[in-house]
Design a protein around this ligand. Structure first.
Ligand SMILES: [Zn+2]
Length: 155
């Protein structure tokens, strides 16, 4: 695994342990060249998913983007981060088991809202209010920036 700080490819694994209910392995890594430390997660990926935007554009599904939008909606909410991880893994598993690897972005948004609604109403409202404006725009980066606390419906 290449060091994200200096680009050295010869990094060492310091420690491996299961995370998030054993759906991933967390590895702490160390770069002997620059002393940098970083963490990687190894997960089972059942299928390669493609997101179909409402404009018809296709994009590889990116768990990190999904995670980012959910974490922003969850900001400052009293929810255990481990529980958020489990929720995200649950969402990804649901997407992977939909039967089709091409998934409309609308379906993803609905599954996220459903999952958020079960865990935290405030996060759900934040996400949902931005999501509704966003559907027409279909621009994920704008979506995330609108999700910033204060940008959406804060209490
Ligand atoms: Zn390095």
């Amino acid at each position: 695994m290449r060091c994200p700080f200096c680009g050295n490819i010869d990094t060492q694994v310091k420690d491996s342990r299961p995370a998030e209910d054993h759906v991933s392995i967390r590895r702490r890594r160390f770069c002997p060249a620059c002393g940098g430390r970083f963490t990687t997660y190894e997960r089972v990926q059942l299928r390669d998913l493609v997101v179909i935007k409402s404009s018809g554009k296709r994009e590889d599904f990116d768990r990190t983007k999904l995670e980012r939008s959910i974490r922003i909606a969850m900001q400052k909410r009293p929810i255990d981060p481990e529980r958020i991880d489990q929720m995200i893994s649950g969402i990804v598993r649901r997407l992977e088991s939909l039967g089709d690897t091409d998934i409309p972005s609308k379906v993803i948004g609905e599954i996220v809202m459903e999952s958020l609604a079960r865990i935290d109403t405030v996060a759900y409202v934040r996400f949902a209010s931005v999501y509704k404006n966003f559907q027409a725009a279909d621009d994920f980066d704008r979506f995330v920036s609108e999700l910033r606390p204060g940008g959406a419906s804060d209490e």
